[in-house]
Structures are given as structure tokens and as C-alpha cells.
Design a protein around this ligand. Structure first.
Ligand SMILES: *Cc1c(COP(=O)(O)O)cnc(C)c1O
Length: 385
């Protein structure tokens, strides 16, 4: 059955743009570097299950997620594909990860031994990547001689396969990035004196990939750039933003001078005003702190969001809009054409970054997928797939 849109507030996700972006990344990194396509957080709000096939068809070697449940969600749909969980998986969850052939991130010999035992019991040989901490100090082995010894011991365990080693750049500046990179490659050199070469060595996220081609090693882990969220080094890779966020006017009301709007009447009319309501609020992922800063676009005209943003709705000042009507399209963000805000611009207004804006688009926002310039699929939480 063709699934119908059930809400005026929705995001469009352009799969053609995602395809375009991964091809650009692929061309930029060349054939000798693999891609771990980062689709954690439901592919930054774009919908991991829907995005993954486009990435797989166009050159992703590994799908990378943050958590076990994200890995399991993908495993249900993509039986054979390599899925890397980049976060920490506690011991009590290892069994399900192994039984579902998920690749784990490990950074202790103690856990590696538990995994090794479990693997033997389950008659499996799970793949793992070692996390090496080169300075970010989030997860991973500290850059110390005893860490090298532990990693070699892990590699020597019989029932697990160490497929990779990786670190994460803090992106403080070029000097610090280089120090981090050097720490990783020096550690790898010491490890590989005692073992066969590791397959996947990686340190670059999107910004690292774009700014530091010399640090690509054998794999990169781009996230944001796959969705066309341009990082620093704008223009080095040509990208197309994949997500557009839209709604429609649900109500229009006229105010006399002095009448208030929303909680606390924190906005009051200084002139006779025409106020529109739009059915989007902070529970949809529209940041509440856009109070006094929010802007939407109607028919190519920028319109201010006024009053306190509610959980499910907010108000806009239509006084200067010619003949607005209930049902008129309102663009919350798009690609910047026709006076729309980009994800970048709205993130600056909200005092956050682009990834936070898209990854917090709520589950109750339907996703409309565009492929070959046509509506390809509509998904919301009533959709099974
Ligand atoms: C999220 C994440 C990435 C991707 O980050 P982007 O900045 O979106 O490219 C890469 N590596 C790790 C370990 C991550 O957690």
C-alpha cells in the first residue's frame, strides 16, 4: 500500500543528493581509501534504513553507528553488510552483538578476553576495531607503551579478528591534528612490528576528510558531508544539502495593538498585526531557543517567528505578507534558494551546530524521500519499513 502523508509538517530527504555527496567524497578520497558511512542517530535524522541502500550502492564499505540498537536496526534490514558500532558496548550486551555479526569497538584486554570466550561459545569470529585515544579523551587506549602491549595481546586472541584501529580528531588546529595523527601512526607502526598489517586504519571524520587528505590512512568516517552539511573547508568538496523542513499555516488571526502571543505574552503587538500559527514546535526538533530569533520563509519572503515557541506549535508575524492563507507552504529550512534558511543558518541562529539541528528532528516528523526527482517513499512511525 502506498503510504500517505498524515501531517503538514514534514522533512523531505533527497536521496539523489545523498548519492551525489557520497560520489563526491569517493572521488575526493580516491580508490585506495575505504568509507565507513556514519549513519548513527537515524542517519542524522534522515532515516538510516532509507539512506543506507543509497550509500551501499554508491561506495560505502562499512556502515558506522554509535550504539548497539542502531546496529541491530540496520542488521534487520541489511543481512550481510559490515556494521561497525563506534561507541562502547558493555559486556552484558556483547552476546547479542556477536550473534548478529556486528563489528565492535574495543579498548581493553579484559573485555577482549570476555568477547573471545563468548565467540568460542557461539562458534563465531567477531570482527573488532581497536579504539586508540590520541588526545580527544573520550574513549580508547591512552597513548602509552602498555597500551601497545595490550593491543598486541588482543590481536593474538584466537577467536576475534582485529580488523581495524582508529582514533578521533579534536580538530583544534592543524598543529594539534598532526600530533594526534602522529600518535596513531606511531602506535600502529609499533603494533605492526609484531602482527600482520591491520586492514582499516582511520582517524578522519567529515572535517578531517576534507581538510587533511594526508591523514586518510586506509579509511575515512564521514557523516555530516554525506548529508550535504558542509563543514570547514567549504567548497573543497561540492555538496548538496539533502534535507528540507516544511510545514503549512494552520491558522491566521488578527491582533489589535497591545494584544499578546503565547506563554507570558512575551511578544505583544505594536501595530495591528496578522499572526499565523504553524504546527511545528520544540518537540518536533524546532529549537525552543529560537525565541526572538526564528525565521521561516513563505513564498520567498523571510518571516519572523514570534512569541515563545510551544511544544507543538509556534506563531509567525504575517503582517507584511501579501494575502497569506491557511495551507500556505512555510519553509523552516532548505538549501538557501529563494530566501530560505539553510541548516547552517538556522544552527547559527539557534546557537548550535548543523548536526544537532538535523539529528534532533523528531520521530513524529514524517520523512518524504525523493528519488529521481520524484516522491519515492513516505515514512513515519506508522510505517513498518
Ligand atoms: C559521529 C562520528 C563521526 C562522523 O562525524 P561527522 O562530523 O558527522 O563527519 C566519525 N567518527 C566518530 C567516532 C563519530 O562518533
Amino acid at each position: 500500500m502506498e503510504y500517505k502523508l498524515l501531517r503538514d509538517t514534514f522533512v523531505e530527504v533527497n536521496l539523489d543528493n545523498i548519492k551525489y555527496n557520497i560520489i563526491q567524497v569517493k572521488n575526493f578520497i580516491g580508490h585506495n581509501v575505504a568509507i565507513a558511512a556514519v549513519i548513527k542517530a537515524n542517519a542524522y535524522g534522515h532515516g538510516a534504513i532509507q539512506i543506507a541502500p543509497v550509500l551501499i550502492e554508491n561506495g560505502a564499505d562499512i556502515l558506522a553507528v554509535a550504539t548497539l540498537s542502531e546496529g541491530l536496526e540496520l542488521r534487520n534490514e541489511f543481512n550481510d553488510y559490515e556494521i561497525l558500532i563506534m561507541g562502547y558496548t558493555p559486556d552484558s550486551y556483547l552476546e547479542i552483538a556477536v550473534s548478529k555479526n556486528l563489528t565492535l569497538t574495543i579498548f581493553s584486554l579484559k573485555q577482549a578476553k570476555i568477547l573471545n570466550k563468548l565467540a568460542k561459545k557461539l562458534n563465531k569470529k567477531p570482527g573488532i576495531h581497536i579504539k586508540y585515544n590520541t588526545g580527544f579523551n573520550r574513549l580508547g587506549y591512552k597513548d602509552l607503551p602498555e597500551s601497545i602491549n595490550e593491543i598486541i595481546a588482543i590481536i593474538n586472541l584466537k577467536n576475534i579478528e582485529v580488523e581495524g584501529i582508529f582514533s578521533h580528531l579534536a580538530l583544534k588546529n592543524n598543529v594539534e591534528d598532526k600530533i594526534q595523527y602522529k600518535r596513531l601512526v606511531n602506535a600502529i607502526a609499533k603494533i605492526e612490528k609484531h602482527t600482520t598489517p591491520l586492514k582499516y586504519k582511520h582517524i578522519c571524520d567529515s572535517i578531517g576528510t576534507v581538510l587533511h587528505p594526508e591523514y586518510h590512512l586506509t579509511m575515512v568516517r564521514p557523516g555530516a558531508i554525506l548529508y550535504g552539511l558542509e563543514s570547514e573547508g567549504k567548497g573543497i568538496i561540492d555538496l548538496k544539502q539533502a534535507m528540507v523542513f516544511k510545514t503549512k499555516i494552520s491558522h491566521i488571526t488578527k491582533l489589535e495593538v497591545g494584544e499578546g502571543i503565547s506563554y507570558g505574552y512575551r511578544w505583544t503587538a505594536e501595530r495591528k498585526s496578522k499572526i499565523g500559527t504553524i504546527p511545528v514546535g520544540y518537540a518536533d526538533g524546532y529549537p525552543r531557543n529560537l525565541y526572538q530569533k526564528g525565521i521561516v520563509t513563505i513564498n520567498g519572503k523571510r518571516v519572523p517567528v514570534i512569541g515563545v515557541i510551544c511544544m507543538d506549535q509556534c506563531m509567525i508575524d504575517l503582517t507584511d505578507v501579501t494575502n497569506p492563507k491557511v495551507g500556505d507552504e512555510v519553509i523552516i529550512f532548505a538549501d538557501g534558494a529563494n530566501n530560505t534558511l539553510t541548516v547552517n543558518e538556522i544552527s547559527i541562529l539557534a546557537g548550535t551546530n548543523k548536526n544537532e539541528i538535523v539529528s534532533r528532528i523528531a520521530r513524529r516528523i514524517p520523512r518524504v524521500y525523493i528519488k529521481d526527482k520524484k516522491v519515492f517513499k513516505i515514512c513515519d512511525y506508522l510505517t513498518k519499513k
